[in-house]
Design a protein around this ligand. Structure first.
Ligand code: PRX
Length: 652
């Protein structure tokens, strides 16, 4: 763990952008005065705030109690019954929204498909019946490993409809990662596709599933969507084509009512050990959180074309492509492929073609666009855009300014949203018609969110003092546990301060009370807005026959935010060299997925360790960032010559 007393921030940002008057005038929350009023009320009585939001959703039975809080275990809307897919889809079939586009999808090769709410309803019901016909029951865990196609959302909603618990695995993850998630969740079915299009090629999803399934035994059915028509092996009795599975089933699938606390999904994310955590979210509270945040933060209007560029494999895709926007009856733009395929202007082409009004993306993407050059943006008419958002990591003020001017034409508010897989919904954010924004900060807490920054003793720190970001009151979309590991849930999030949620981020508040995220407190990296545990990368390296020991650290990266540097000591008899470097990078790609591949692998005779044998990652971090000078305390270091030789680059 990094020493949080050393959290410092040297950013000094004094540019401030009040919301444009035209935007504020028509916004739900049109002023800071109104935000403060509502925020104060929501903190004085969070249950009243959340209950009012929840009552805008469709419930089959209203709850008896808003919150039962037996720290750290929360139950929201206890006694309430709903069907999440019904609230997201059927609920909009009464009036004009029936024929409104729910999903506007564009594949990487360029084909466009739209589904109205009514059509989406039909597809969800059919697939829900297909799942049932293939033996999927209430409470069963189902892995979804899909490209970004409408069927990914349909599969999620169909699971929700029949009370099965989905666990979406990002399509960039490896067979090994799928296997781990199946094992941990005890899943019985997999929904996948023959492949997905990415940068003109085909990602062989089904082949990865097949490889994973050679090592696990719980999976009984694999449903395979035909997307790319590449050849795949189908195992008799186990594998079924999606189109065959839905061919003979009814389009009528009544929405059974489930308890508000019925599990909706498990999503795996990295922590500070080698084993990803299965973050568990439930139904009524999660939907309330994603619904309310989508409504206020994107200030959704009936005619918006809302585009969140995340993949459904991440929490952003769950909360802000599928559940939050659909609960609001929004039109969602969904894109399958890479932002620079066939040319680096693809995103801007999509905005222009589909007249997107809201764009929610990640700082890493924005940095890549800047690098690719303004000419790709200049070719397109982006005047449809009225609101921009970012998520995933702190945004550099320069990237923020470019986004504001170049993409937003200076007129669109930017909502920099801080949240986590665990929080389920956005926690810190500007409200676009109210909050004056400053480049680089997620500004202020959303309604009902009691965020603070504490020191080691649990005292709130003063302005511009660093500390640990916490949430002091439960909120409806909070994780309920780590699947199968209550101990880790308690220890990771609630172990530091009694009854207070520890986010794992270091932060400070400025003189306006705005929150600035400084970075993670644990051994978790943020690569292109995605969390990677250093321990996971190390385990992957050590699982290769040549590796004796490995340490992974992050170093600043212009595009990705952080890149991975791995220090590796080899077993006797293996030759350090470029060939082995390539082999090890490929090996990490195979064990975890391409995003975890180290940018640099440095072979070394030994790793710097404390006298008790702990690897001193802090020193390695200093060696590979900036000047390479060691500034911290090295008195516990066992052998300084190790550091000296690494500094001298003798390993390279
Ligand atoms: O460190 C924070 C960073 O991303 C972490 C959460 O990662 P994950 O669970 O993968 O979810 C990402 C998408 C919600 C946080 O602990 N982070 C996320 N958003 C921001 C951020 N850091 C600074 N500013 C943000 N807006």
């Amino acid at each position: 763990m990094a020493d949080s007393t050393k959290i410092e921030s040297h950013l000094n940002e004094d540019r401030k952008f009040p919301p444009a008057e035209a935007f504020a005038k028509q916004a739900r929350i049109p002023s800071m005065k109104r935000y403060k009023e509502l925020y104060d009320q929501s903190i004085a009585d969070p249950e009243a705030f959340w209950a009012a939001e929840a009552s805008e959703l469709h419930w089959q039975k209203k709850w008896d109690t808003v919150l039962e809080w037996d720290a750290p275990f929360a139950k929201w809307f206890v006694g309430g019954k709903l069907n999440v897919s019904e609230s997201c889809v059927d609920h909009h079939l009464q009036g004009a929204r029936k024929d409104k586009k729910a999903i506007i999808w564009e594949g990487e090769p360029g084909e466009v498909r739209t589904l109205t709410y009514q059509e989406l309803h039909k597809e969800v019901c059919r697939f829900a019946n297909a799942l049932k016909a293939n033996g999927v029951k209430v409470g069963d865990r189902v892995i979804i490993y899909m490209p970004m196609v409408p069927e990914a959302a349909i599969a999620m909603l169909a699971c929700a409809r029949i009370g099965a618990v989905h666990s979406v695995v990002f399509g960039g993850f490896s067979a090994e990662s799928i296997k781990d998630r199946i094992e941990d969740s005890g899943a019985t079915a997999v929904i996948t596709a023959d492949g997905g299009f990415r940068r003109g090629g085909v990602v062989a999803l089904k082949a990865n599933v097949d490889e994973a399934l050679t090592k696990v035994e719980t999976i009984q059915k694999v449903i395979v969507l035909e997307r790319t028509k590449n050849e795949v092996a189908m195992v008799e009795g186990r594998d079924v084509w999606w189109h065959d599975a839905v061919a003979d089933v009814s389009t009528d699938c009544p929405a059974e009512a489930f308890d508000s606390e019925h599990p909706l999904f498990i999503l795996y994310t990295s922590g500070s050990t080698g084993k990803p955590k299965g973050i568990m979210h439930t139904s009524g509270g999660y939907l309330t959180g994603t619904y309310a945040t989508s409504k206020y933060i994107f200030d959704l209007r009936e005619d918006d074309v809302y585009w969140c560029t995340a993949d459904v494999g991440w929490i952003t895709g769950h909360s802000y492509i599928v559940y939050g926007p659909l609960a609001n009856g929004a039109s969602i733009l969904m894109y399958e492929g890479a932002p620079n395929w066939p040319e680096p202007d693809r995103f801007w082409q999509l905005v222009e073609k589909h007249r997107a009004t809201i764009l929610y993306t990640a700082p890493t993407a924005i940095r890549a666009f800047i690098k690719w050059g303004d000419e790709h943006v200049d070719k397109h008419d982006l005047s449809s855009l009225r609101l921009l958002g970012t998520v995933g990591e702190p945004i550099n003020p320069e990237a923020w300014m470019w986004y504001h001017e170049k993409i937003g034409g200076g007129r669109c508010p930017i909502v920099d949203t801080w949240w986590q897989t665990e929080t389920g919904a956005i926690m810190l954010t500007p409200l676009p018609g109210a909050t004056p924004t400053k480049p680089g900060t997620a500004t202020l807490p959303f309604f009902g969110v009691d965020a603070a920054i504490l020191d080691e003793e649990g005292n709130e720190v003063g302005p511009n003092e660093g500390g640990k970001l916490v949430i002091r009151k439960p909120w409806p979309s909070m994780l309920r546990t780590i699947y199968g590991d209550e101990g880790r849930y308690k220890e990771t999030y609630w172990g530091e301060y009694e009854g207070i949620y520890l986010a794992g981020d270091g932060a400070r508040r400025d003189e306006d009370g705005y929150f600035w995220i400084v970075g993670r407190l644990d051994d978790v990296l943020n690569v292109s807005g995605h969390r990677l545990g250093t321990a996971e990368i190390e385990s992957a390296l050590v699982s290769h026959e040549s590796v004796a020991e490995a340490a992974a650290v992050g170093r600043p990266d212009e595009i990705k935010g952080q890149g991975v540097v791995a220090f590796v000591t080899l077993k006797e008899g293996y030759d350090a060299g470029p060939e082995l470097r390539d082999t090890l990078r490929a090996h990490v790609g195979k064990v975890i997925g391409a995003i975890a591949k180290p940018d640099v692998i440095r072979f070394t005779e030994a790793l710097p360790k404390t006298r008790s044998g702990k690897i001193m990652r802090r020193l390695l971090k200093e060696i590979c960032s900036g000047s390479g000078a060691i500034s911290g305390d090295t008195t516990t270091l066992e052998d300084f010559s190790v550091v000296a030789s690494l500094q001298a680059g003798e390993d390279e």
